[in-house]
Design a protein around this ligand. Structure first.
Ligand code: CTP
Length: 452
């Protein structure tokens, strides 16, 4: 029996794929198809794949051509598979000509002519492009714009800002710039909001009422009432309203959550999350720009994320301690929040006027998870146990500081009309709840930190 193997992503399966599979099958008696795992695709730079691994496997299975389907997960796996599965022929399309000659040592290598005029990339590009507008004065908009350029299906079309360097840069790149938000909305299908947190509600509401999808940097709202209203409008109009916390969408963080939830460190007893920054965030810089991204809004949502995702939002008690600026209203230079749960405790420390070690520790009855600073944009974490030999390190590629995954999820939500699985509304609401407590000074202890 001649065994043939071939590999591919098979995203949005097209007739080029089917012809390749048919010809591969005709080379022997038994065809094994290796479908690449999403992580592996990302590692080799293919980040735009639209379908999940399961969807792609299902599509290949449905052709009825493959006798067996396997998943390709790591570099060098092809050699392993060829030996393990006693493969006689390895085949791929001619776009890979000469790339796999090294496999000749293990089996016969055949490059089949690629079908002209069709590819997954082209199909992805042909799907309707979402025209995105951005609003705000934050420098991150430049990064956000750059990340959009790596993703099929979305294109930055307009920017609403008053900040000089952003205006100059956007104009040089041919993006329409205005300080009129309504005007900008009329030109786009969706909007990314990173205006001052107190303006989010108004900006979201206007966008939704003009039937635009919204990705809003956290916090979506600074009080429960506004939160409920904007989500109600989004639901009624079947529009996507997504909260932007880039950590929530990054691979390493999501894997960490799954491992913790599946009991790898036993019962979770404590979570400590610290997020601080000083650069470009001193109160003087912010006040000059008219921006009030205080600590609770800049870092609160990110720091609350692991706490609420692992312990829930039904804490028994929470104590907020803040060092408030004497110069700028509602500006906390530093905030510490202690949450009390029936079987666990959690503490977050956030600051835009202090600096600390930005690490995350999740402590459990069997071991703990350690994420080194800056944990919110990590590609790496460790599971640590009493017996050090049991320790395990996990590494997952992080592209574009996580922003890229956030945008990919936004595009996917718009296309599928389904909310992202990475950040539930309950968690977002829990975050807004705490922020409201801060603004209403509910149960807040105030301290003074003497500025340096
Ligand atoms: N293939 C082919 N003819 C095409 C497209 C793909 O023969 N028009 C072959 C590839 O050479 C490969 C297999 O189908 O052996 C799986 O290819 P894959 O990379 O998944 O598909 P592409 O359409 O090339 O995807 P992309 O555009 O993302 O590179």
């Amino acid at each position: 029996m001649t065994k043939v193997i071939t590999y591919g992503t098979y995203d949005l399966l097209h007739y080029g794929h089917i012809k390749l599979l048919e010809r591969a099958k005709a080379l022997g008696d038994y065809l094994i198809v290796g479908v690449t795992a999403s992580d592996f695709d990302r590692k080799r730079g293919k980040i735009n794949v639209k379908q999940s691994l399961m969807e792609r496997i299902e599509a290949v299975r449905a052709t009825g051509i493959a006798d067996e389907i396997i998943v390709e997960e790591y570099e060098g796996q092809k050699i392993d598979d060829i030996r393990r599965l006693n493969i006689d022929i390895f085949t791929v399309g001619s776009d890979w000509e000469s790339k796999f000659d090294y496999l000749n040592e293990y089996c016969k290598v055949i490059y089949l002519p690629r079908t002209a005029g069709v590819s997954s990339s082209e199909i992805r590009a042909e799907q309707r492009t979402i025209r995105l507008g951005m609003v705000g004065n934050h420098n991150i908009l430049l990064k956000f714009k750059k990340e959009c350029s790596y993703i099929n299906g979305i294109q930055v079309a307009a920017l609403c800002t008053t900040k000089e360097n952003l205006i100059a840069k956007a104009k040089s790149e041919g993006i329409y710039v205005t300080d009129n938000y309504e005007k900008m909305l009329s030109l786009v299908d969706a909007v990314y909001i990173i205006s001052e947190p107190s303006n989010h509600y108004q900006h979201i509401k206007e966008a939704l009422l003009q039937k635009k999808h919204v990705l809003c940097e956290a916090p979506v709202a600074i009080n429960d009432h506004d939160f409920d209203e904007v989500f109600r409008i989004a639901d009624e109009n079947r529009l996507v309203l997504m909260e932007g916390i880039k950590t929530a969408y990054s691979t390493a963080y999501y894997r960490l959550l799954l491992l913790a939830q599946s009991g790898e460190i036993g019962n979770i007893a404590a979570i400590d999350a610290t997020c601080t920054s000083l650069s470009d965030s001193s109160s003087s810089v912010r006040s000059q720009n008219g921006e009030t991204w205080n600590s609770i809004c800049s870092w609160g949502p990110t720091a609350m994320l692991p706490i609420f995702q692992l312990l829930g939002t039904d804490y028994m008690n929470c104590t907020i301690t803040s060092a408030l600026s004497t110069k700028i209203e509602n500006y906390d230079v530093f905030t510490k929040i202690d949450f009390l749960y029936p079987h666990a405790v959690a503490t977050l420390k956030i600051g835009t006027g202090i600096k600390s070690e930005g690490e995350l520790v999740v402590s459990g009855s069997k071991g703990y998870i350690y994420v080194p600073a800056p944990w919110w944009k990590t590609d790496y974490f460790e599971l640590r146990y009493e017996n050090q030999e049991d320790n395990r390190r996990h590494f997952y590629q992080l592209e574009g500081e996580g922003i890229r995954y956030e945008i990919i999820n936004f595009v996917k939500s718009i296309e599928t009309k389904k909310n992202s699985i990475y950040l539930s509304r309950k968690i977002s609401k829990g975050i807004t709840n705490i922020i409201e407590k801060f603004y209403n000074r509910v149960g807040i202890q105030e301290i003074q930190i003497t500025p340096f």
